[in-house]
Design a protein around this ligand. Structure first.
Ligand code: SF4
Length: 215
């Protein structure tokens, strides 16, 4: 199977099994998604969804978080990873959104990346989920799954993987592809013990076929 055929095969599989994938983070506005994505770095969505109800009730938007003291915000997020740096980022982010963007989350990747604590991956995730940006943010799940299936070849960094994936998946489905690979990695193609016997991609998966041949 050529790379192009592999991409078509994977696309067809996910279109049939996961036609409308969504982020598992809970949010009710662009600001809340941005906060949730920033908090989710090196933390689980499950944990983030445990802390955001109280956080968003007290600080529903950037104006509500504007000018708040560090010690007032920290208790709401103290159970997530790296709470101190994330707390500083959220406060600075809320300030810039109000001061520079009229209280609204910017809609373009360049504007998003100007916000404190928002790197390329966070900006791409937010732009993809909210605005359907034609990008494929690569997190640890996407990186691992893509390499195992064979969608990426010798990609050493998330940026290299992102370029290969964006070249392989049609523009119209790139924002779906991010969720497909992420959710497949979270629930099936797990890091330590991939559930190959439950995986519908096993017939063409490079890693699975290689491992089977070794046995
Ligand atoms: S066959 Fe196994 S290694 Fe390949 S994608 Fe499926 S779960 Fe992952």
């Amino acid at each position: 199977m050529t790379q192009s055929e592999l991409y078509k095969y994977v696309t067809a599989y996910f279109q049939a099994t996961m036609p409308a994938p969504k982020t598992e983070l809970h949010y009710n506005s662009p600001f809340q998604l941005l906060v949730a994505v920033r908090l989710s770095a090196q933390c689980t969505d499950k944990r983030i969804n445990m802390v955001t109800p109280a956080l968003f009730e007290r600080f529903p938007d950037a104006r509500a978080m504007y000018g708040v003291e560090f010690d007032e915000l920290l208790p709401y997020i103290k159970s997530v990873s790296y709470p101190n740096s994330k707390c500083r980022d959220l406060l600075a982010m809320a300030k810039m959104i109000v001061d520079d963007f009229g209280g609204e989350v910017p809609e373009d990747i360049e504007g998003l990346q100007r916000l404190p604590g928002v790197g390329p991956k966070t900006a791409n995730v937010v732009a993809s989920v909210l605005y359907g940006a034609k990008v494929i943010p690569v997190d640890t799940h996407v990186f691992r799954v893509s390499a195992r299936i064979g969608l990426t070849v010798n990609a050493k960094t998330p940026i290299q993987a992102e370029k290969q994936l964006e070249a392989g998946f049609d523009e119209s489905i790139r924002n779906l592809a991010h969720h497909w690979l992420l959710l497949h990695g979270r629930y099936v193609c797990k890091a330590r013990k991939p559930l190959c016997d439950k995986c519908g991609l096993s017939e063409q998966c490079i890693m699975h076929n290689w491992a089977s041949a070794e046995c």
